[in-house]
Design a binder for this molecule. Sequence first.
Ligand code: ADP
Ligand code: MG
Length: 732
Amino acid sequence: MPGTATEPTQDKAEAPDSAPSSAPSSAPSAKGKAAGKDGKPSSAVARLAKMGLRRSVDLVLHLPMRYEDETTLMPISEAIRRAGLGQPAQVEGEVISNEVTFRPRRQLVVKIADDSGELTLRFLNFYGSQTKQMEEGVRLRVRGEVRGGFFGAEMVHPTVRPVVPDEPLPDRLTPVYPATAGISQAYLRKAISGALSRTPMPETLPAAVLQGPLAKLKLRPLGECLRLLHTPPPQESEAALADRSHPAWLRIKFDELLAQQISLRRAHEARREKNAPSMPRHEGGLLTRFLAALPFRLTGAQQRVVGEIAADMTAQHPMHRLLQGDVGSGKTIVAALAACQAIDAGYQAAIMAPTEILAEQHYRKLSAWLEPLGVPVVWLAGSLKAREKRAAVARVESGEARLAIGTHALIQDTVRFARLGLSVVDEQHRFGVAQRLALRGKAAGTEPAPATAAVAPETVPHQLMMSATPIPRTLAMTYYADLDVSVIDELPPGRTPIVTRLVNDERRDEVIERIHHAAAEGRQVYWVCPLIEESEALQLQTAVETYETLVAALPDLRVGLVHGRLPPAEKASVMDDFSANRLQVLVATTVIEVGVDVPNASLMVIEHAERFGLAQLHQLRGRVGRGTAESVCLLMYQAPLSPTARERLATMRETTDGFEIARRDLDIRGPGEFLGARQSGEAMLRFADLNTDAWLVEYAQEAAQLMLTQFPEAVEAHLSRWLGGREHYLKA
Ligand code: ADP
Ligand code: MG
């Protein structure tokens, strides 16, 4: 049974030797020496440090992930009777035989017996010391799962401990801690119980807070809760401890959420203390000319969010705003208007998109809009030839290029902006925390601070993030508290709703017939190939095969193929042909998932739709329904469907509302998975679980507010206890 990162490693026979008589000293080791003066092995201390357990208080807050019940013994016959139920049993018996056998491989086989029966213990990996420890006649206390083996009932690799007759059983549940390889449970238990006894945990919540806004929660003192969770008294409900519904857990979760909320607010304040270039709008500038040249009017929702963004950019503090709007709601134009405002004020703007297809589409659209108005726009992506890239970077650096559009290439070290005033991140959920920080880190080149200013506050560009993936309110509150949110809740007029149908894979012929029909009416079609998560190569192969099949089945139509492995130039030319209606059918992998905008396409076919997630299906479907023609999305599936796949497809059929879809997605998947990669706030939550504890967030916010305004010392004490220097994650 190899130990994994989170499962506890087994207590090895040598564990008691290396178990510490002391844990890391209560103050963080100032001299930076891992080995204590008592000569404890530095490796264990270093491993603890790697797990984030540096201070005594870290150990105290390292709480069990589950418990083992070692408080009772079972007669061996009873344990055998329950074999196969998958539940561990604890028995005690005397060793009646002990031998090392070599068939089928070297192993230690020990037999023990009590009054009721005999049991075999089998060890496939063992130390010589273990053989000795389990000599004939020794009394063993053994814990493990009984299975029916080839030679009768046995335990494989049980936990064993020699005991004297009538040695008392523990009267409390035994905690099992999250651990990494090389740290035994015995070591952790000792280290933690030492820390628990020498570390006072004074109350950090002022009485006015506990008895004020939090009165309803009836929070128990933290110290008491910690002791209870580390060493639960026998009468406590094992179930409530295990599923974390026990009142002691409530206190822990609350304190953790409070620390998170406080530090999110702090991050917000820190941002307010930074400078950003103020870029007031003025009449007659680029922005006005651009609006006048637009072939359509902004929707009410677009006007509102443009106003919110404009106000932020007028302020001297950096904007940190998320623009949420369903697919097709028209976010690009809003970004373009913000860019105009920055350019009008004499600054540069940058727009970063997660895929080259999307970035390039933005580039084409925006340069077509803005270059006629005299704005130099530059394109920056990984696929550029070295010489072109150098030229692009030079234009950005000199300040000649006023708007830079591209992929991750924008955030490389070699790219320096002369005067970056606004950075826009499209489809922001596709980027990691570090990448978003990097674009923000491209400092705004402002005039040197006046000599009178002793310490000039840092100047950073305004930041606008855009996403079609709506984040439910509770998540937004905990993950992105330092983020202002604007929502476009209205689609541009003249769109006909997309009709979604589920089609069994076997009715492929009918689907091909529909394609004919759509093409005959001058419409265009996307055909999305199945997602094959296990193998990119296989996915590619499927795409090529699908392409060939469709070419054969639709001899009168022009069919194109686009996938991630295509050289960028070829990719661009296929997309070009599709945009210009030189191709009627585009076979694609999920590279077209985000942002692609070809309004004339009105039929979307998704093969093996059951393999996609809801957010992805919604994004894909959003590629159609962008023009005035009635659009159809056919979700082809292969029966039988799993219950969750069925639920997902039903949701797609029932609604096209992105917020509703996100809400159901949250129901189906839970928030943990919702945001994809672990990011910002989530990294801080070890105990609170937003599936079950979201209701606590509002209390934590209220308490945070009160403490920040009235109890600054309490804030410090609480943060240092819970965070000890992990705050920077919150700033993305
Ligand atoms: P998304 O929010 O998904 O990024 P886009 O910005 O790509 O959406 O816009 C979708 C389509 O709607 C584009 O073709 C865009 O030109 C068009 N559009 C945006 N705003 C309006 C509007 N107010 N009236 C008409 N069409 C609009
Ligand atoms: Mg978009």
